[in-house]
Design a binder for this molecule. Structure first.
Ligand SMILES: Cc1cc2nc3c(=O)[nH]c(=O)nc-3n(C[C@H](O)[C@H](O)[C@H](O)COP(=O)(O)OP(=O)(O)OC[C@H]3O[C@@H](n4cnc5c(N)ncnc54)[C@H](O)[C@@H]3O)c2cc1C
Length: 461
């Protein structure tokens, strides 16, 4: 069977390895970092987690279904999560597939039939993809593959907006933030109130001389717990139509968290779930205690002074850009991924329309999709690859589906037209569609079960 390259050993890459193994598809894994775990391994130079990082979605809605965490923690921290991925890799013997400390630098199609945007018929010629990587010792390695799965993550490349003027103090992106001690005694301005911005603002209030949070738009703040349970575990498996869910949940939020406008946030000019909700109410507690302030959008910098759009100003030592991340697949030409604007335009966020051997795993942003959502993507890729070899008619039918009208993955929500929402999906609509299409392909074998049960301390027999 043709060999596949798999880039990344984070949660998505591990799920990819597990699914390829189950399908009996030979592959080589490449991981730039020292071990498995992706961004949850704080020692991975590409990790964007910080000391206080915990899951935002809850444990049971996030874990791999076939490998529940042996933990009672509702929102585990990054160290417990790394132990989980360690144990997952051990339990399914996945490490043997990966070359660690090996960064992929180039993925190019080298067969004669290569066309800039791939073959146009539904039965693509067998492609040859050359993968070039550099090891920690500087050695260059290359290999030729029938396909390449990109699972290199979506939250590593900082999105840095342009600002007018110059700031004389320290200015950096949250991707470099690790510990609250970095705030000691400083006047801090955090720009952006996404989930990381709010987490980090909460860290800062315990250390900084002052903390301001600059926001452009209003947000919906979802409590971690509702009715004594992790909020995202309520109503699981029974998705309501979008307008009903929006009406009920905005009412519930009004009861539990009140109106964020009281704390200085602008009123959202969109409905709940049309952008990613913020799962954090500590930020509201701290606003209520006067530990930090909400300030408007930035107009310009001038030395240590920041001018805001309402004409007010503030003096700061540290400006932290919590302005999110942008998609980045630096080692492969953009035409192979069908890029349009801020994101590749892919069938099910996975398959470039050319179907010439490139697959993207993990390029989904959604409220509550969890690692199981990524595992289902991996299973679909593996089922498709297996069908290409063993049941070409089923694979052709699958590609025919992609040549037609693409399924609606929004779940009926009208997402904001922002760059960061360009690959956003509704978890229920998405998972339902991926599972339905996977079921249209020959089933994957069950694969070897986990070798051992996992505890938060690691693997136990
Ligand atoms: C603070 C924080 C909280 C989060 N909370 C949640 C949550 O509650 N629930 C949730 O589902 N998600 C959450 N996420 C999202 C997180 O991205 C996913 O949980 C998950 O890590 C995605 O896995 P991944 O494998 O796709 O990407 P990553 O974890 O980023 O792993 C990608 C891997 O690819 C490797 N790599 C990159 N480039 C190369 C290359 N050129 N060559 C070789 N290897 C390469 C990297 O070293 C890395 O190991 C959170 C993220 C952050 C930062």
């Amino acid at each position: 069977m043709n060999r596949i390259a798999l880039i990344g050993a984070g949660p998505s890459g591990l799920a990819g390895a597990r699914a390829l193994d189950r399908a009996g598809i030979p592959f080589d894994g490449f991981e730039a970092g020292p071990d498995v775990g992706g961004l949850w391994n704080i020692d991975n130079p590409r990790s964007t987690v910080y000391d206080s990082a915990h899951l935002i979605s809850s444990r049971t809605t996030t874990e791999f279904a076939e490998f529940p965490m042996d933990s009672t923690t509702d929102y585990p921290g990054h160290r417990e999560l790394l132990a989980y991925f360690d144990a997952y890799a051990d339990a399914f013997d996945l490490r043997r597939h990966f070359r660690f400390g090996t960064r992929v630098t180039d993925v190019s199609r080298v067969d004669a039939g290569a066309a800039p945007d791939g073959p146009r018929d539904l039965t693509p010629a067998a492609p040859v993809w050359r993968v070039t990587a550099v090891t920690e010792s500087g050695e260059t390695v290359t290999g030729d593959y029938a396909g390449v799965i990109l699972a290199n993550g979506t939250l590593a490349e900082p999105n840095i907006p342009a600002f007018r003027g110059e700031f004389d103090g320290e200015i950096r992106h949250t991707s470099t933030y690790k510990s609250a001690r970095e705030f000691d005694g400083k006047r801090v301005l955090i720009i952006g109130a996404g989930n990381s911005g709010c987490d980090i603002a909460v860290d800062a209030v315990h250390h900084a001389a002052s903390v301001d949070l600059s926001v452009r738009r209003g947000y919906y703040f979802v409590p971690r717990y509702l009715f004594g349970k992790p909020a995202d575990t309520l109503n699981q498996g029974r998705p309501l139509p979008a307008p009903i869910k929006q009406a009920i949940d905005s009412r519930v939020l009004k009861w539990f968290t009140g109106d964020p406008v009281r704390f200085g946030f602008p009123k959202p000019d969109y409905k709940i779930y049309e952008s990613h909700p913020i799962v954090n109410t500590l930020i509201l507690n701290h606003l209520g205690q006067g530990d930090l302030r909400v300030v408007p959008d930035i107009d310009r910098f001038d030395g240590r002074t920041v001018h805001f759009t309402d004409g007010s100003t503030g003096e700061y030592d540290l400006v932290l850009l919590a302005t999110g991340y942008r998609l980045d697949y630096p080692f492969i030409a953009r035409e192979h991924l069908n890029w349009t604007d801020a994101a590749p335009k892919l069938y099910l966020n996975i398959f470039p329309p050319a179907f010439d051997g490139v697959y993207v795993l993990g390029m989904i942003e959604a409220s509550g999709i969890g690692w199981q959502g990524r595992a289902e993507q991996a299973e679909l890729i593996a089922a498709y690859l297996a069908a290409c070899e063993r049941d070409p008619a089923a694979a052709t039918t699958f590609r025919e589906g992609a040549a037609g009208r693409w399924p609606d993955l929004t779940g009926g929500y009208r997402y904001l037209g922002l760059d960061r929402m360009s690959y956003y999906v509704n978890k229920d609509a998405y998972r339902r569609t991926v599972r339905r299409l996977a079921a249209s392909l020959p089933a994957l074998p069950a694969g070897a079960p986990a070798a051992a049960a996992v505890s938060s301390e690691g693997v136990s027999a």
